[in-house]
Design a protein around this ligand. Sequence first.
Ligand SMILES: Nc1ncnc2c1ncn2[C@@H]1O[C@H](COP(=O)(O)OP(=O)(O)OP(=O)(O)O)[C@@H](O)[C@H]1O
Ligand SMILES: [Mg+2]
Length: 234
Amino acid sequence: MIFKKRKEVNGSERPGLVVVNKPSSVISEQFRTIRTNIQFSMIDEAIRTMVVTSAGPGAGKSTVAANLASTFASEDKRVLLVDADLRKPTVHKTFKVRNSDGLTLLLTDKQAHVEDVVYRTHTEGLYILTSGAIPPNPAELLSSKRMEELKREMLDYFDMIIFDTPPVLAVTDAQVLASKTDGVLIVIPKGQASKEEMHKAKDLLDKVKANILGAVLNRVEKSDDNYYYYYGDK
Ligand SMILES: Nc1ncnc2c1ncn2[C@@H]1O[C@H](COP(=O)(O)OP(=O)(O)OP(=O)(O)O)[C@@H](O)[C@H]1O
Ligand SMILES: [Mg+2]
């Protein structure tokens, strides 16, 4: 069995990982609903690679990506959460691991292999790939042929790959990855994102023919019935 003897998450994960820390909470239930909605949107074609992004910064992309990856992972489903935010990576912080090697090593060193840098987490079926060293040219690396090869290699090991990315309006990285993956989930921070920004982000994703699966409304007040809402467009 791969990854068993390799890198393993040692400490406990950060509190932001609600679905792991509080599996029976309302939020965890909502992530299960989002999972179900995504599964429903992939009846004809299984979605195995997915980008989580947003229009602007601080929307909750990394939080949603990590919780969703945990929700999809199970005994018989292997999920890899990839930190493809090569500008402001956080996956290593969420899972409290070293970020010396990661995606950028795989992208720049052909001798490096997926099984050498992927961490196995405490959650059954959940694996993580941290960003690695921050490169000067993230968009270039993410659009490289090597990235394509790497994605295929990852799909040999994992049933699903979830990419955490930078905001769409800031840099082209998410657009680049969206064009290479089966679907995109947009995180919208309630009351913080303007309609205009959302339209701009959607236009940019449409331009690369991204398959927008839907949007998750984040930062919904506790007084509301739900903390997270999912809007599918399928
Ligand atoms: N629903 C929520 N309720 C409370 N805090 C949240 C919620 N979602 C995210 N946060 C917090 O807001 C901060 C930003 O969230 P996160 O890092 O997930 O956003 P991001 O979109 O990935 O940001 P960036 O654009 O910098 O990558 C974090 O400290 C996170 O813990
Ligand atoms: Mg982030």
